[in-house]
Design a protein around this ligand. Structure first.
Ligand code: ZN
Length: 235
């Protein structure tokens, strides 16, 4: 990986999340910086005041090359951004001099709050007129697929976050189904099964717990809250 920031020709697409507030889209970290600009957001280095991004600093507007970990959390807004200017290119993501928000997916919780959703849409239309608003992440990603960054000498590792999340949901569903079907079995048969099969039952529950914990650990490992840091890599 190169030492200093590279000048990326055109725009570089990335994925990240924002906190949705009444008055705009805020970064997850550095919320005090205020909401992103509706046209073009410029990075600022709060620590050193130099021109961002810099290789040995954490400044710059960050995003991932692939949508995986930027689209698994349910609370924040998943977004597609287009970065331009100088960029520090990492293995999984980049930090850019400036960026605009191409598209956002509204959080699922808004589906049950239509009035709040309407006011959010009105705010986005007013303050982010160039940003496309989606209800489903899948649709947003279909219209905004990742750029092929191999031309920049980067081959980002596959991000399995969405697969982990799907597996965790399936495990939960299987557990609930098992509990419900147990309720349908007559009481006497249930007691007999329990006395005969309890060691197996404990094994199954242990395996289920272990798998769920493992999946959550993998998910958390993919979710780095901070910007990609060039200085974590040796050399
Ligand atoms: Zn800096």
């Amino acid at each position: 990986m190169s030492e200093g920031p590279a000048l990326v020709p055109g725009e570089l697409r990335g994925y990240r999340q924002f906190t949705l507030r009444r008055d705009g889209l805020y970064p997850l970290v550095h919320v005090s910086e205020g909401p992103w600009d509706g046209a073009l957001q410029h990075a600022r280095c709060a620590e050193h005041g130099h021109h961002p991004p810099a290789a040995r600093c954490r400044c710059g507007l960050y995003a991932w090359y692939l949508p995986g970990s930027a689209t698994v959390s349910v609370g924040p807004v998943a977004a597609v951004v287009a970065a331009r200017g100088r960029c520090v290119l990492g293995d999984r993501g980049f930090r850019a001099e400036s960026a605009r928000i191409e598209a956002v997916t509204l959080p699922a919780s808004l589906l049950w709050r239509p009035r709040h959703a309407a006011s959010v849409r009105a705010m986005l239309a007013r303050d982010y007129p160039r940003t496309r608003v989606y209800r489903l992440t899948r649709r947003m990603l279909r219209d905004h697929p990742p750029h092929d960054v191999r031309g920049l000498g980067i081959d980002p590792p596959r991000d399995p976050s969405r697969g982990y999340r799907a597996a965790a949901v399936a495990l939960w569903a299987a557990f609930l189904l098992a509990v419900f079907s147990l309720g349908a079995v007559p009481h006497a048969a249930r007691v007999e099964a329990l006395t005969q099969w309890w060691p197996l039952l404990i094994l199954v529950i242990l395996a289920w717990q272990t798998a769920l914990i493992w999946l959550f650990m993998r998910l958390i490992a993919q979710q780095m809250p901070e910007a990609p840091r060039e200085d974590d890599a040796p050399g």
